[in-house]
Design a protein around this ligand. Structure first.
Ligand code: PMP
Length: 348
């Protein structure tokens, strides 16, 4: 006998990328962590944590972060909601807008957490396949959907849907569209200006990748104040802790460090993409901090396993109907050199 709800018993649950413990020398290129450290100001902010700050509950609205993020984005602060990682905001969105049996849509291949969140809510989940060139058909904008997710840039492809196309899809939908911009800081364009235009667009962002802060869990959403007000009712009261609020605020306050970090990652991304193409893989142009390589000179599952034996972790993914491939995070130049030299050996 199970005590679990029927839908929970029936679901597989989201599978996060491997996080090996205590292993030294393992090159992690599997979960899109940033190879460079966060701004020194972040560590200073963490060091300055006082006993009082930990004794008391944190600010439920992370006001200091909210105000700085609002200034950066050029919106009033009541357009921002902080979250315990952007995954928290995706969860809040599902709990805010989706009842059991309602329809949630998302493209495929994309972030598989959307499916798990829909299953937990006992909702229906429909995946709309990307076209061969990673475009989205009009069928994505299903008028019967109660919530739509669009990762932009997408994972695992790293490709983007142009804001003008996102606008057209958002206009066709009769429900909120969450534009998941976890990787947008590595891209040329974003959809924040669409939020101002369209009340059904919610943008979510992450500090995990572009601010090198996956370990503290911080993200934020941008939406109309009435949308944010509704989501506040659904979130945990203290969804961000005092240390992470201070660290995240210090991180976005150091835009010089941030821009230099992005510049380095994007330069290595270009080199990695070219090298993989040179080895015979198909690699779509990535605007994220990883690349997707498929249709290469050796089976991706085998390469994944052989790389793992050599202490290099990449993400093997297999999407039924869309094929399989490797998603490789952009590491430092030295790390990418190590990966490429192993790959060259393996496919010789
Ligand atoms: N969206 C996408 C598309 C992702 O790949 C990830 C990382 N797994 C997230 C959101 C969540 O990021 P975080 O919770 O670390 O902000």
């Amino acid at each position: 006998m199970s005590f679990f709800r029927f839908n929970v018993d029936g679901m597989a649950g989201y599978q996060p990328g491997e996080q090996p413990r205590g292993l030294t020398g393992v090159l992690k290129l599997n979960t899109n962590e940033n190879p460079y450290p966060a701004s020194p100001r972040v560590f200073e902010a963490v060091r300055q944590t006082t006993p009082d700050a930990l004794r008391k509950y944190p600010d439920p609205m992370a006001t200091v972060f909210r105000e700085r993020a609002a200034t950066l984005l050029g919106v009033p602060s009541d357009w921002i909601l902080a979250g315990n990682g952007s995954d928290d905001l995706l969860t809040i969105a599902v709990r805010s807008f989706v009842s059991p049996d309602d329809l949630v849509v998302a493209p495929t291949p994309s972030y598989t957490l959307y499916r798990s969140l829909a299953q937990i809510q006992d909702a229906q989940y429909r995946e709309i396949p990307f076209t061969a060139e990673w475009g989205l058909p009009d069928a994505f904008a299903d008028p019967s959907a109660r919530l739509a997710f669009l990762p932009n840039p997408n994972s695992p492809s790293g490709t983007v849907i142009e804001p003008s196309r996102v606008r057209a899809l958002a206009r066709r939908l009769r429900c909120p569209l969450v534009v998941d911009e976890a990787y947008v800081d590595f891209a040329a364009q974003d959809c924040v200006s669409l939020v101002r235009e369209l009340k059904n667009v919610i943008v979510t962002r992450s500090l995990s990748k572009s601010y090198s802060l996956a370990g503290i869990r911080f993200g934020y959403a941008v939406a109309w104040p009435e949308v944010i007000r509704g989501m506040i009712k659904v979130k945990d009261s203290y969804n961000c802790d005092a240390v992470s609020i201070a660290a995240a605020t210090a991180a976005i306050d150091d835009q010089t460090h941030f821009r230099e970090n992005i510049r380095r990652v994007c330069a290595t991304r270009a080199r990695l993409g070219e090298a993989l193409r040179g080895l015979g893989f198909h690699v779509p142009d990535s605007q994220a901090n990883f690349v997707w390589c498929s249709d290469g000179p050796a089976p991706p599952r085998r390469l994944y396993e052989q790389l793992k034996e050599r202490d290099i972790l990449v993400r093997y993914m297999n999407y039924p109907g869309h094929g399989e491939g490797l998603r490789i995070s952009v590491g430092s130049d030295a790390e990418i050199d190590r990966l490429l030299s192993e790959l060259r050996e393996l496919i010789r």
